[in-house]
Design a protein around this ligand. Structure first.
Ligand code: ZN
Length: 464
């Protein structure tokens, strides 16, 4: 990078706002999976929206590419620097600016860590209902840029549903101030949605108005064994009807997942692995014993009607945590396959059973004896898959990837339900989105970032 650009950035951001050379910490080159990117030309550490605006204007004029980083917990290499890029980190923009308890909103800076926001509003009897494994280090800006999901989407929706307004900075430094706190605001295009889920390629999100909910005071958690997938679908219908808006999680584990969990943690399971499917379900509300009684009645009726074959209801918070633990160890359970490829796909719930059968056959066809693990947020139409690969076979990773995405496309599914496209899934965007949709995305990218400096090559690949 030219010395004049460094000087301009230092003048704009101050000494605390710029790191170059040996002062660049190694963490900016690495993501949560331990994957490494290039060493960036510089690390920009803006403290305000005005700083972001000035820094982007300088980089845009100089034609320097910028990759924006929050907590670096993304799973698709979107945040890792490519050679010749500078990093813009939101780590100094980490304040909850205000909370409006009456309206159930908060104004937050994009570098706020998810858990910090959750903990800040909890003593006020409020909750920010987005929740995922990376809560301790992922940022709201990253959650919104990737439209994060998690375990309670079935009740509260994805990040997209929890944002009322946002402020973002375009590549040339233009500030788009859309920080309106209104639920209803039908005044032209909903521009915030352009920035939500577009993985930072259209602008840098700087501040947000988030929705808060009254914090549920009580939860009830159960683990059920079922004999086939028709029963899984019947249980989802049953619980939706009986618990209504109190149903906050419906996670399904295929048998192979649970068997591997039991092998890894003998004695930690809730029941023997005698069933074909397992459902971890949760209801949340604010009337304690009555909630639990309704939940247990609904499960007892499901048992009586033959919808489920077995159920364990947590009697305490410790027991509830132990049931969730079986689901939370998904990464470790997948690792028991050995070398494998992970997926995060959306499918119609009506297709999931047949898809999983086809997936197992496909894995064996590619590599005799190869196993699969299937689990996920079935209530949202989202499955996570792990497919073993044979490291002896050249390009086994790409081979498994292509075969699985082709299968997903045949089912009319989505190649990414919640993790995003980033760098790793660019080649498969066309498996889910039409050529016309991708052309419109490219046109928006050219309009909002004509010099292609923001997260270049992520999501859309090389401009064409
Ligand atoms: Zn997930």
């Amino acid at each position: 990078m030219e010395a004049s650009v460094v000087t301009a950035l230092r003048t704009a951001l101050g000494d605390a706002g710029l790191r170059v050379g040996d002062d660049i910490d190694a963490r900016f080159c690495e993501d949560v999976l331990g994957q490494r990117g290039a060493v960036p030309l510089a690390v920009l550490r803006p403290a305000t929206t005005a700083d972001v605006s000035k820094a982007l204007a300088i980089c845009n004029d100089a034609g320097v590419a910028v990759v924006t980083q929050g907590g670096r917990t993304g799973l698709v290499r979107g945040c890792l620097p490519q050679s010749g890029e500078v990093v813009l980190t939101t780590e100094r923009m980490n304040q909850v600016e205000s909370v409006d308890a009456d309206a159930g909103t908060a104004i937050v800076q994009s570098g706020v860590v998810l858990q910090a926001l959750q903990e800040r509003v909890e003593p006020m009897g409020l909750a920010f209902p987005l929740d995922l494994g990376g809560r301790g280090s992922c940022t709201i800006g990253g959650n919104v840029s990737t439209n994060a999901g998690g375990n309670r989407v079935i009740r509260y929706g994805m990040a997209r549903d929890l944002i009322l307004g946002l402020e973002a900075v375009l590549a040339d430094g233009t500030v788009i101030d859309g920080l309106k706190p209104f639920v209803k605001n039908n005044t032209g295009f909903d521009l915030k949605q352009l920035f939500i889920g577009s993985e930072g390629v259209l602008g840098v999100v700087t501040r947000l108005v988030v929705r808060l909910i009254p914090k549920p005071t009580d939860t009830a958690v159960a683990f059920c064994g079922l004999r086939d997938f028709a029963q899984v679908r019947a249980l989802l219908r049953h619980l939706r009807q009986r618990m209504g808006g109190e149903l906050t999680a419906f996670e399904v584990l295929w048998k192979a997942y649970y068997t591997r969990f039991l092998a890894m943690k003998p004695g930690a399971g809730a029941m023997p692995d005698a069933h074909a499917f397992y459902v971890l379900t949760e209801a949340s509300g604010s009337d304690g014993e009555a909630l639990r009684a309704r939940f247990e009645r609904a499960l007892a009726d499901a048992l009586e009607q033959g919808v489920i074959d077995d159920a364990v209801v947590a009697k305490s918070e410790t027991e509830a945590r132990a049931l969730w633990h079986m689901r939370d160890l998904a990464i470790e359970v997948s690792r028991t396959l050995g070398p494998h490829v992970g997926f995060d796909v959306s499918l119609r719930i009506a297709d999931m059973d047949a898809f999983a059968v086809d997936l197992a056959a496909l894995a064996r066809r590619l590599h005799p004896g190869a196993q699969t693990v299937v689990f996920g947020h079935a209530g949202d139409g989202n499955l996570h898959l792990a497919v073993a690969r044979d490291v002896q076979v050249e390009n086994s990773y790409a081979q498994v990837e292509r075969a699985v995405y082709d299968l997903v496309a045949r089912y009319g599914g989505s190649v990414s339900a919640e993790h995003g496209i980033g760098m790793t899934r660019r080649a498969y965007l066309g498996h889910t989105r039409t050529a016309q949709e991708i052309a419109l995305m490219r046109a928006l990218k050219r309009t909002m970032d004509p010099k292609n400096i923001l997260n270049p090559e992520r999501v859309l690949g090389v401009p064409g």
